[in-house]
Design a protein around this ligand. Structure first.
Ligand SMILES: [Zn+2]
Length: 273
């Protein structure tokens, strides 16, 4: 399994990636990545709906250059066919027969190269939410679909707690200053659960205030940063004493491994309102 490598800090850091959200359905984000070489050429990540992406392309006078897919769920791939009506572009995603529009398959440890756009992403295989879920990591940004959310994580539809826990730990290993682009605006609800598990977490308390201000102004809470997630996200903190104690109290007995702590937290969150 690929170990996430820490990028060297170069004296002249390249400009951060230009990324903007397109809202879809009630709480999905479709991320549009600008080519560093030609900002009017964009890559769409997880276009669950074609119409809002087409509207944003028109508004910004941009053209679609490629589509990246993290997993097969309809709210992430449902707009691909409508976008391909604009013209054929590479559709890059994991090996999965449930993603029939895919033109290029990427696997764990490979690099997704888009040389004419000046973009390149490492592929991290992160099963748990679904069994073929991948994440795209590069240029100081992580596109993690429905595996990691800010202050939370995706539901385990197809994987086991051990798989999902390992996947989240892997994502947690990217450099702390990585911008984290998740598939949904779930941060406020996730923080309610995080603070129920770990009520004295000062970083989470502060974050809750910031997210409340952003959301009141209808501003996305994303992207997050990995350094923040490592402090506030209970699903990335299964070896933390307070998180473990809360999970053991909820389970009514000792838990031997962090993946067991994760399993208890995930099942607890599924029923938490
Ligand atoms: Zn999903």
């Amino acid at each position: 399994m690929l170990q996430v490598k820490y990028a060297c800090k170069m004296p002249n850091q390249p400009a951060p990636l230009g990324v903007r959200p397109v809202r879809a359905f009630t709480d999905n984000y479709i991320w549009l990545i600008e080519s560093p070489r030609a900002p009017a050429r964009v890559v769409a990540v997880d276009p669950g709906d074609g119409a809002p992406v087409r509207a944003e392309l028109e508004r910004s006078r941009s053209s679609l250059a490629a589509i990246l897919l993290t997993h097969h769920h309809a709210d992430h791939i449902g707009g691909v066919s409508a976008l391909l009506e604009l013209g054929a572009v590479p559709v890059i995603g994991p090996e999965d027969s449930r993603i029939p529009q895919r033109t290029q398959t990427v696997r764990d440890g490979e690099r997704c190269e888009l040389p004419d756009l000046g973009l390149s992403f490492d592929i991290l295989y992160v099963p748990g939410h679904t069994l073929s879920h991948i994440a795209f990591w590069g240029h100081g940004a992580l596109f993690c679909g429905d595996t990691l959310f800010s202050a939370g994580c995706g539901r385990m539809f197809e994987g086991t707690p051990r798989q999902m826990h390992a996947s989240l730990n892997r994502l947690g290993g990217v450099p702390p200053d990585t911008q984290v682009y998740c598939g949904h605006e779930y941060t406020a609800a996730n923080l309610r659960f995080a603070l129920n598990v770990d009520p004295k977490n000062a970083a989470a308390l502060e974050y809750r205030e910031r997210v409340a201000r952003l959301r009141a102004a209808d501003v996305p809470s994303l992207p997050s940063r990995m350094a923040l997630e490592l402090r506030v996200n209970p699903f990335l903190r299964c070896d933390d004493a307070a998180v473990r104690a809360a999970a053991e109290a909820h389970a009514g007995g000792p838990l031997r491994e962090p993946s067991e702590v994760f399993g208890v937290l995930r099942a607890w969150k599924d029923k938490f309102h």
